[in-house]
Design a protein around this ligand. Structure first.
Ligand code: NDP
Length: 291
């Protein structure tokens, strides 16, 4: 039997509708919209298209977003100065959220730039303060992709408590925060989590045990049907361009015949990441205004 499709696009659209109302209430109370600054460096085509999707979503939900485009040659110090000025809360209409679109050019110290974002404006959830709070089970702003995957799991009614979750990929922006969320106490958590990476031998020995299997790697078709436990939920975070087509890390055609649930690429985790960015921007605006 073919797996249920986890339609991230449809779920993201529903989340946006709910956010529109919440943003309207916020704006009525504060007499201004939540504000998001997006910093875009260089001419990477994929980054431009992600930023476009984020700006369009902001417009739909009523968030006032501004994109600041900078040339590839920008220095780390210049970026930090820009972030400091955007983060200045004494401005007449301050920004509530600041996002730095990754990747940054190789000569830029990405860690130093991300560390410069004030933690309460850190809508990507990459600042060490936000990572630490998530680690301690008191999340403040959680990385959007990880949060989006957890929302997809919850929305589909996929049980997590006491279940075995396997996350392939240990990046600070996807794999690690997702493992933390799934292992945290409470709704959408309480899983027994295994985190795999490029040094893990014999991935199948772990993935075949997974009730929930998440691939966040960047290797097209890494997860094949013979690696999946029948009935498992398989969530594909990967975005890879192959012959000018977008594909995930999961071999969708074969795995859908084994899995209980599966997310497609495109139309799965991607739209959820954008929806969670909107949610985080509202959350950041609330954190700072105290409402
Ligand atoms: P990174 O490159 O930062 O991390 C990839 C991880 O995969 C690393 O932990 C790496 O291990 C591990 N890995 C690499 N090869 C293998 C392998 N053969 N077997 C097991 N593990 C392996 O990537 P990101 O986390 O930033 O992104 C992962 C994927 O998700 C990419 O395709 C990216 O485009 C996509 N993505 C999608 C988003 C969305 O909204 N849908 C958002 C963000 C990312 P090691 O640590 O040992 O190097």
């Amino acid at each position: 039997m073919s797996a249920c499709i986890l339609d991230g696009k449809a779920l993201a659209a529903r989340i946006e509708v709910a956010l529109q109302e919440e943003v309207r209430l916020f704006s009525n109370t504060l007499m201004r919209s939540p504000r998001l600054a997006v910093i875009l460096v260089g001419a990477v085509a994929a980054s431009h298209s992600y930023v476009k999707a984020k700006s369009s979503a902001a417009k739909r939900v009523g968030i006032d977003s501004r994109v600041i485009e900078l040339p590839t040659e920008v220095t780390t110090a210049e970026l930090i100065r820009l972030i400091e000025s955007l983060g200045d809360s004494t401005q007449q209409i301050p920004f509530d959220g600041i996002l730095v679109q990754l990747p940054l050019p190789a000569h830029v110290d990405t860690r130093a730039v991300l560390d410069a974002v004030p933690p309460k404006k850190d809508v990507d959830g990459f600042h060490p303060e936000n990572a630490g709070l998530l680690f301690q089970g008191r999340p403040q702003l959680v990385p959007c992709t990880a949060l989006g995957v957890q929302k997809m799991i919850l929305d589909a009614g996929i049980p997590t408590a006491g279940r075995r979750a396997v996350v392939i990929g240990r990046s600070d922006i996807v794999g690690k925060p997702l493992a933390m969320l799934l292992a945290s106490r409470g709704l959408g958590g309480d899983s027994t989590v295994t985190l795999l990476h490029s040094r893990s031998p014999n991935l199948s020995a772990f993935t075949l045990q997974a009730d929930i299997l998440i691939a966040a790697v960047g290797v097209p078709g890494l997860v094949t049907a013979d690696m999946v436990q029948p009935g498992a939920a398989v969530i594909d975070v990967g975005i890879n361009r192959v012959d000018s087509q977008l594909v995930g890390d999961v071999d969708f055609i074969s795995v859908r015949e084994v899995a209980g649930w599966i997310s497609p690429v495109p139309g799965g985790v991607g739209p959820m990441t954008v929806a969670m960015l909107m949610s985080n921007t509202l959350q950041a605006a609330r954190l700072q205004s105290g409402i």
